[in-house]
Design a protein around this ligand. Structure first.
Ligand SMILES: Cc1cc2nc3c(=O)[nH]c(=O)nc-3n(C[C@H](O)[C@H](O)[C@H](O)COP(=O)(O)OP(=O)(O)OC[C@H]3O[C@@H](n4cnc5c(N)ncnc54)[C@H](O)[C@@H]3O)c2cc1C
Length: 493
């Protein structure tokens, strides 16, 4: 510990990310000023003055290590995460998911934070980015308007969004390439940058009927429909169902236009085409081009799986359009979560463009650890991209990314997962995912210098519970995470 260990960190926002960052810092003996505006000023979704309130579902999603969000949670447990301590202590039966009693969950966190001698809670709406450093902005998707205006000045108006317009993303390995062809429109680019799902006349109109009658809205509807704020996406994106409402042909002259494409099997231009664009450097994720939608999530699964080649598609993200303040992180943040522009100023939580309770908490954890390291005179850590936390922060800080939209964790983001469209892994998908998880947990332990008994126990428990051999990180072969990405042949389109 150095002499300046007592430098306080200012954290704005006592949500999931802000509380996790606070916990990581005070656990390292670093004082925190935690600025939270509730209940003086409420958001449109929060109902209480408690910290880390879950504004919608009470589920932290899949628990198993065959699920990327299960892995992310296991990594957070191994790093003494407060959100996971609370979730495990307040769990309710939920099958394969980790769900919590929301009141107990927030109370658990509020008590730990408020009672900690190193935490000073400042109950105020922060109107501008604090001048003090270090500072973490963790004000979430419903950041107050005044602060959002100041953030806009800081990052540039083109780099702050007020809602997201999301197209679904599919895991490449789950696509049936026998029915899909690779080609760029008019053979531009490297000529096979896109995957094209061809539809004949009958298939197209069947699809249009399904979209027309599909149930709309999903996820966070109630707040999504809030029109009082200045809603603006990064780029003009109309949901597909609104396009269909304008006429049966609109999609065929819009995102589903077949011009410049020839199906090599028929050597003809298809009647309509749904295009998939590569979404990560490894080519494991593919996004449906121009398919932002407010169809309900089960409806998206039902309808999109009728498209040729998507019958068994595994969706890592479904389409949505909702209120969400977030910065264009690829332009603004290092993978340490520190801003490129202002050393000592960090962002964490949903405002960085991660999506979900667990992902938001995980970035809070990293921002807390890195602020602690900075204060101790150490380099900030860039987590290995072969871990879930690393995959997530590399995704949101990838400078080459254009048209950034929020993202959940998925195996497709984890470097070295390595599945490509149409490929089938020997031993089955779950066995491979458990191997990837075991490697990620071992790397997490090695990366953050954790050899403590608690971490060992968590790792052993998580891995043994799923019958996966624990790997010694020293024996893990392959390149470093950043090299994995840099050397990838597949540049994002
Ligand atoms: C309506 C809605 C529903 C959602 N439902 C789900 C869901 O079911 N499952 C899921 O996984 N994810 C969901 N999300 C996405 C996301 O996971 C949550 O919003 C999550 O709470 C984000 O964590 P956070 O810490 O980034 O922000 P928050 O938890 O929102 O915390 C931000 C905190 O900052 C405070 N704040 C804001 N502005 C200021 C200011 N100027 N000064 C001081 N304090 C300020 C807020 O009061 C809040 O306490 C939902 C999002 C929304 C908007």
């Amino acid at each position: 510990m150095t002499a300046n260990t007592k430098t306080p960190v200012h954290i704005v926002g006592g949500g999931l990310a802000g509380c996790e960052a606070t916990w990581q810092l005070v656990s390292r003996g670093i004082p925190v000023f935690l600025h939270e505006m509730r209940p003086i000023k409420m958001t449109k979704a929060h109902k209480t003055d408690a910290f880390a309130e879950l504004v919608c579902s009470n589920s932290l999603r899949g628990a198993a290590l065959t699920n990327a969000v299960g892995l992310l949670k296991a990594e957070m447990r191994s790093l003494n995460g407060l959100i996971m301590q609370a979730a495990d202590a307040c769990a309710v039966p939920a099958g394969g998911a980790l769900a919590v009693d929301r009141d107990q969950f927030s109370a658990f966190i509020t008590q730990r934070i408020r009672q900690h001698p190193l935490v000073t809670v400042v109950n105020e709406e922060v109107l501008t980015i604090p001048a003090e450093r270090p500072c973490i902005i963790a004000t979430g998707p419903l950041t107050s308007t005044a602060l959002a205006k100041d953030l806009e000045q800081f990052v540039g108006s083109q780099n702050l969004a007020f809602f997201d317009a999301i197209s679904p993303i599919i895991l490449g390995e789950s696509l049936n390439l026998d029915k899909i062809f690779r080609q760029s429109r008019y053979d531009k680019g490297t000529s096979d940058d896109y995957l094209n799902v061809p539809l004949d006349r009958e298939q197209y109109y069947q699809f249009i009927e399904l979209v027309k009658h599909g149930e709309k809205f999903g996820g966070h509807d109630e707040v999504e429909s809030d029109k009082t704020d200045n809603l603006r996406p990064f780029e003009g994106c109309m949901p597909i169902e609104e396009m269909v409402a304008r006429g049966d042909e609109t999609l065929r002259f819009g995102p589903m236009k077949p011009t410049g494409l020839t199906d090599p099997r028929s050597e003809k231009r298809p009647y309509a085409v749904m295009q998939l664009r590569q979404d990560n450097r490894e080519g494991t994720l593919w996004s449906m081009v121009g398919f932002q939608t407010k169809l309900r999530h089960p409806e998206q699964l039902r309808i999109f799986k009728t498209l040729p080649g998507l019958e068994d598609a595994e969706f890592v993200r479904l389409g949505s359009l909702h209120r969400n303040t977030f910065i264009d992180s690829p332009k603004c943040l290092h993978p340490t979560l520190e801003t490129r522009k202002a050393p000592g100023l960090f962002f964490a939580g949903q405002i960085t463009g991660v999506e979900g309770y667990v992902e938001s908490s995980a970035t809070g954890l990293l921002a807390g650890i890195n602020n602690g390291r900075k204060i101790a005179g150490q380099e900030c850590l860039v987590p290995d991209a072969r871990t879930a936390l690393g995959g997530l922060v590399h995704y949101i800080s990838d400078e080459t990314r254009k048209g950034f939209q929020p993202m959940n964790i998925s195996f497709g983001l984890i470097a070295g997962y390595g599945e490509v469209p149409g490929s089938k892994r020997r031993g089955g998908k779950d066995a491979w995912r458990l191997e990837v998880s075991a490697r990620a947990l071992a790397l997490t332990q090695a990366m953050f210098g954790g050899t403590g008994a608690a971490q060992q126990a968590v790792l052993a428990q998580a891995v043994l519970a799923q019958a996966v051999p624990i790997q010694d990180p020293a024996n893990i072969s392959g390149q470093t995470a950043s090299n994995d990405l840099a050397d990838s042949a597949n540049a994002p389109s």
